[in-house]
Design a protein. Structure first.
Length: 364
């Protein structure tokens, strides 16, 4: 909260935090340059200063933590997860990324950076770290597991792929008390096709969610903490939509006809007959369709309905072809169009210059 809103003095801010956050979410979802923000948002320089200040203060991580706890509470889970999944993703870096924070991933053949994420069993991001692409997964996982044991003390089980096996498994159990499990790969046998690995598909789905935002397809940021903030903004869009629910959730509980009638009361009127007035007659002024006692049919069994009359079969004559209309005759103009008059500055052509004809020698 800004100091001036808490009564601690200071100059009130010029722009609302909601408009600043909307501008950042727009930039995360649609990509583009900072200077290309459309007019309804605050100036790009103000938005960037706001983004840099919140990254330095850790506000994006605090907002993300609140969203994760709320989603887990609504799902009937505990606010503190007990298991997690870790994975890394290499992505290309733009020309704005310096050589000090970029590298080459020999396994993926990618020159850029690598983002490491830790998610819970619902696919919600718990931790994110951005390093150069040449950093080993086990080296980055040691720092992530230390933060995970400090912030989420109830996590005792972590799943990972085969890139995290080796000395990291006993070190994690001995130092942090976390059981690191590597799920067995079902194998790519001939004719079996693709198979989903248990527990691994959760983090792969989260990586796909992040890549759907254009700002996170490549790394355009000069600083690694700025890209980590955009990753939190990308998953924050999905989490806020999950909390808000569908836009027409209230309308889905009733039928479509009742929903249209409630939105358009004028549709309740009764239409007029075809030959009479073309304006609809309100339901209150419509004639009573209840028959009078004299016009009611006598009591007793209802007569059987008459079968509908059948149409006569067409004669067995071939259809007659419809003659095509004759093309319209083209009429020549009565008078030819006049020749265009030369402009006043047009000079009469001079004598034509002829080139003397060169005679070829006779053929032998």
């Amino acid at each position: 909260m800004p100091p001036w809103m808490d009564g601690r003095g200071g100059r009130p801010e010029e722009y609302c935090h909601r408009s600043m956050l909307d501008a950042l979410r727009y930039l995360t979802d649609n990509g583009g340059k900072w200077r290309s923000l459309p007019e309804p948002f605050p100036p790009p320089r103000k938005v960037f200063d706001f983004f840099r200040r919140w990254v330095r203060q850790g506000v994006f991580a605090q907002i993300h933590t609140v969203l994760v706890k709320e989603i887990r509470r609504r799902a009937g889970r505990s606010e503190q997860p007990a298991a997690a999944v870790i994975d890394a993703q290499s992505l290309k870096a733009a020309e704005t990324v310096g050589s000090a924070s970029r590298g080459f991933d020999g396994g993926k053949q990618v020159n850029g950076r690598k983002r490491h994420i830790v998610v819970d069993t619902l696919g919600l991001v718990l931790l994110v770290a951005v390093t150069a692409a040449d950093v080993n997964d086990r080296t980055a996982a040691m720092a992530l597991f230390a933060r995970l044991a400090l912030l989420f003390r109830q996590v005792t089980k972590v799943w990972a792929d085969h890139g995290y096996d080796g000395e990291l498994v006993p070190w994690t159990l001995r130092t942090l008390g976390i059981d690191l499990e590597i799920p067995e790969h079902p194998g790519r046998r001939k004719g079996h096709g693709f198979k989903v690995i248990a527990k691994r598909w959760i983090v792969e789905r989260t990586l796909a969610w992040i890549t759907r935002r254009r700002r996170c397809v490549r790394d355009y940021e000069r600083r690694t903490d700025h890209h980590a903030a955009f990753v939190l903004l990308a998953v924050g869009i999905n989490m806020s939509r999950r909390l808000a629910g569908p836009a027409d959730a209230a309308a889905r509980k009733v039928s479509r006809a009742a929903w249209c009638t409630s939105r358009h009361p004028a549709s309740r009127s009764t239409p007029a007959p075809r030959g009479g007035n073309t304006h609809p007659v309100p339901a209150a002024d419509a004639p009573d369709s209840t028959p009078s006692p004299a016009a009611r049919p006598p009591a007793g069994p209802a007569p059987a309905p008459e079968p509908p009359a059948r149409r006569p079969a067409p004669p067995d004559t071939p259809p007659r072809a419809r003659p095509l209309p004759d093309p319209a005759p083209t009429r020549a103009p009565a008078h030819p169009p006049p020749a265009p008059s030369p402009p006043p500055w047009h000079l009469p052509p001079g004598p034509a210059r002829t080139r003397p004809h060169r005679r070829l020698p006779p053929h032998p």
